[in-house]
Design a protein around this ligand. Structure first.
Ligand code: ATP
Length: 336
């Protein structure tokens, strides 16, 4: 169990991490998300007492520095390619094993586990970024620790490597370990993580199960296609009574929030309205992330001035448009 409490760190006058508290439970993969510069790496360094700051972080009740052989308790991967330039991959791990009283048999075991057995005699300076990440993971796993703290472990991995990493981290969590992992690959995180810690500008934005994060998104909606869109929009608008929205997204097509698909279907049926499609759109983790972190990005690119011919930006606005009255957005379609 990781318990982080009131972690804080300032660089000069700038608050990089501002009072973060969260738990990482055994048996779970907890994803750590935030825009560039949000404070993820700083938080991970604070957790491992690699940076001086405020607050506490304990691993099964004790701080990282209280463990005499910490690699047996907590495995960490914080930066790409943190290796001695002239030692071979195997010797790098042998050195770490010796320093932490880890049996030498673990060295070849973890090299095999991360797929580097064939290049164990090569120097990491010749490795690609992805191979370096694999060696960093091997080092993190060397002591067979209960807890893993991994900063962007998917960085540099090819699609097969990313798939392998996901399976590995999920299986390590299924064995009862606590896995705390940051990544910018949100689709991967959606498949891998059970819980999320989302920060922006060093502060907590959201903390909880992944499903809650996407379930509460305002991007969740029901799409309805009907030849009687005007009539149905009026009925839905009356039923919503201001909570939710109904908007015409195309001719004969309505986007509804605040009312679920069965309720819309029943309303249509009770009023003799034909439905051609009724589909539920669940927000992706990426959509929910953009929505929730919209105001907390530190580094925002300024949009290029648009020429009259240019297309609109691909990224939707961070906050949805205010709910309009149902009738104001209803199409003037040919209804039966
Ligand atoms: N050594 C340092 N000296 C000064 N400022 C720093 C230092 N390390 C980090 N910062 C600042 O602290 C803030 C948080 O940085 P951090 O690297 O923790 O963010 P991050 O969420 O890991 O970012 P990214 O996703 O881009 O890796 C940033 O504003 C960064 O500029």
């Amino acid at each position: 169990m990781i318990e982080a409490r009131d972690l804080a760190k300032a660089y000069g006058g700038k608050q990089a991490v501002a009072g973060l508290s969260f738990d990482v439970r055994p048996g779970t993969v907890t994803g750590f998300l935030g825009p560039n510069g949000a404070g993820k790496s700083t938080t991970m360094r604070l957790m491992l007492a690699l940076d001086r700051g405020m607050g506490t972080c304990t691993f099964d009740g004790r701080p990282f520095t209280a463990y005499s052989e910490p690699m047996r308790e907590v495995g960490a991967l914080l930066e790409a390619k943190p290796f001695h330039p002239t030692r071979t991959a195997r010797n790098h791990l042998r050195m770490l094993a010796a320093a932490n009283k880890i049996p030498m048999s673990r060295v070849d075991a973890v090299l095999g586990l991360v797929g580097l057995a064939d290049v164990a005699g090569k120097k990491p300076s010749t490795f690609s970024l992805g191979m370096g990440q694999r060696l960093g993971l091997a080092a993190a796993l060397l002591g067979d620790p209960h807890t893993l703290i991994l900063d962007e472990p998917a960085n540099g991995l090819d699609p097969q490597g990313i798939h392998w990493l996901r399976s590995l981290l999920k299986s390590l969590a299924a064995e009862g370990r606590s896995v705390f992992v940051s990544s910018h690959l949100l689709s991967e995180m959606a498949l891998m993580a059970d819980e999320l810690v989302v920060i922006g500008r060093g502060r907590m934005i959201a903390n909880g199960p992944v499903e809650d994060f996407t379930r509460l998104s305002v991007r969740n909606h029901v799409l309805v296609r009907t030849p009687q869109a005007h009539d149905l929009a009026s009925l839905i608008g009356a039923r919503l009574a201001g909570v939710g929205s109904v908007q015409a997204s195309a001719a004969g097509e309505l986007t509804v929030t605040g009312l679920d698909a069965p309720a819309i279907g029943d309303l249509a049926f009770d009023n003799g309205i034909r439905i051609h499609e009724l589909s539920v759109h669940q927000a992706t983790l990426e959509e929910a992330f953009l929505e929730i972190t919209g105001g907390s990005e530190e580094f925002q690119a300024h949009a290029r001035p648009q020429s009259p011919q240019s297309s609109p930006p691909a990224t939707p606005p961070a906050t949805p448009p205010a709910t309009p009255p149902a009738t104001a957005t209803t199409p003037k379609d040919g209804q039966s």
